[in-house]
Design a protein around this ligand. Structure first.
Ligand code: F0G
Length: 448
């Protein structure tokens, strides 16, 4: 059984209740506007917020900061090839930089993109290139009630209906997001991946895997897909990714680094050439992609650590432990629990608050006020005009928090459950111009 020692100590203080109330009001009841120093336990995201290993820090000291062809790039390329099977890779500053590079090379105005569920930056990049983003989740993903093992899967029947409607010639890209972040971090099976690849080939679309959490996904495959029970995490990851024409990865997730990402292309020299050109334009020369050489070394080492089974047992074990504690505290959580976060069904707890008054945001604010715990709403506030469920996401940074922290989150949750009937909804008082991005900066006030 793996665990981790903390050899760098950062004190964490719980701000006083008065301070938390003031901070919340000054933030316009939007937790993105709260300073980290005013947060006790930060579960806003698992992206870039994890703890690097001693091997990663050691590797960083070897960073080669040459502009072109650095040794750090060579080591990075070797790690990507070993772990993912892809030889043609460009680093980028983070996942969305990769989305800009890749989707700008693939999508032209008016084309359609199908995905199990688009993550918000993916949707924004499809739109930015003039494309239309269509989600094709399976039915089991939506309600969250069943214990179906692969709720993140892509629904091919739904996708075919869309293709009939818009014409195969207008669908340029098919994306599979593993794990499916916007569907409660649920995994995708290898069987489904193979089927989606065949479907994409059938309609002559490029098949991309958004592989931000490919290692966590492989853990679930090993656990739940019988054909892969005896395969190693590395074998599963390589096989699952091998079906894609290209992959886009945020190193801030399963690269276990604080910054970075990459795009890799299989056998399409023409596409890879376009990707490299766009990398030069938006990220940097294709052997550093907007990163320092040392960041490439951190990511190279992190990618290898992420596919170690003991690491994943610890990682997913922590998420499951938090879910159990929250459930025992009376919060309704999505089951089975996904890879990187616990998703709470806020509308179930706060059934007296209508969706238009953002029950998820009410829960997020109450968790902060009660215990300095920062989560994020991913319901009607974050995704206006969609019928996403009213979830709150409590994401677990990798190798960072310990059981005492999870106990504190659970005690906070129990206190909120205790007074849940008193909680009120919220209304928006100031909104930014791009509706897809409103939850990052909109301000709210409690409904009287
Ligand atoms: N794709 C998925 C599935 C993601 O979860 C993210 C980021 C990205 C792409 C973009 O990567 O942040 O490195 O630019 N997700 C983070 C989150 C922000 O909190 O879930 P990025």
């Amino acid at each position: 059984m793996r665990s981790y020692l903390s050899h760098v100590a950062r004190p964490v203080e719980q701000p006083s209740r008065e301070r938390r109330e003031q901070a919340l009001e000054a933030a316009g009841y939007n937790l993105f506007n709260i300073a980290a120093a005013d947060v006790a336990i930060d579960l806003l995201t698992d992206s870039g917020t994890g703890t690097m290993s001693t091997d990663q820090w050691a590797a960083m000291l070897q960073g080669d900061e040459a502009y072109a062809g650095s040794r750090s790039f060579e080591r990075f390329q070797e790690a990507v090839s070993e772990v993912t099977g892809f030889e043609h890779v460009v680093p980028v500053h983070q996942g969305r930089g990769g989305e800009n590079v890749l989707y700008g090379a693939l999508i032209t105005e008016g084309e359609y993109v199908l995905n199990n569920t688009h993550f918000d930056t993916t949707r924004a990049h499809v739109a930015n290139n003039g494309g239309h983003a269509i989600d094709c989740p399976i039915d089991a993903a939506v309600g969250g009630a069943s214990d179906y093992p692969f709720k993140g899967n892509f629904d091919i029947a739904t996708a075919r209906e869309h293709v009939e409607e818009v014409g195969a010639e207008n669908v340029s890209v098919v994306i599979l997001t593993i794990t499916n972040n916007s569907a409660a971090g649920q995994p995708v099976s290898v069987t489904n991946t193979r089927e989606v690849a065949a479907f994409a080939a059938d309609i002559d679309a490029t098949f991309v895997i958004d592989a931000c959490r490919f290692a966590e996904n492989a853990f679930f495959v090993q656990e739940r897909e019988s054909d892969y029970a005896d395969a190693s995490i590395r074998e599963i990851a390589r096989e699952q990714l091998s079906y894609a024409d290209a992959i886009v990865v945020s190193g801030k997730k399963d690269g276990l680094s604080n910054i970075g990402g990459f795009v890799a292309v299989a056998d399409d020299p023409e596409l890879f050439a376009r990707v490299k050109q766009r990398t030069i334009m938006y990220e940097g020369f294709p052997t550093y992609g907007g990163l320092a050489g040392r960041d490439l070394d951190a990511m190279a080492t992190g990618l290898r650590e992420a596919v170690e089974r003991p690491y994943l047992e610890h990682r997913i074990g922590q998420v499951r432990e938090l879910a159990e504690k929250l459930s025992a505290a009376g919060l309704p959580v999505v089951e089975p629990v996904g890879g990187h976060a616990v998703y709470v069904k806020a509308d179930q707890l706060l059934s007296h608050i209508p969706d238009e008054e953002f029950p998820g945001q009410a829960l997020v604010c109450a968790l902060y006020e009660e215990g300095g715990v920062r989560g994020v709403e991913i319901g009607s506030f974050a995704f206006p005009d969609t019928d996403r469920p009213e979830y709150v996401r409590l994401a677990v940074p990798r190798r960072t928090y310990h059981r005492e922290h999870f106990d504190h989150v659970a005690e906070t949750a129990a206190a909120v459950v205790e007074r849940h009937e008193e909680l009120t909804g919220f209304e928006i008082i100031g909104e930014p111009p791009i509706p897809e991005l409103r939850h990052f900066s909109a301000e709210l006030r409690p409904v009287e």
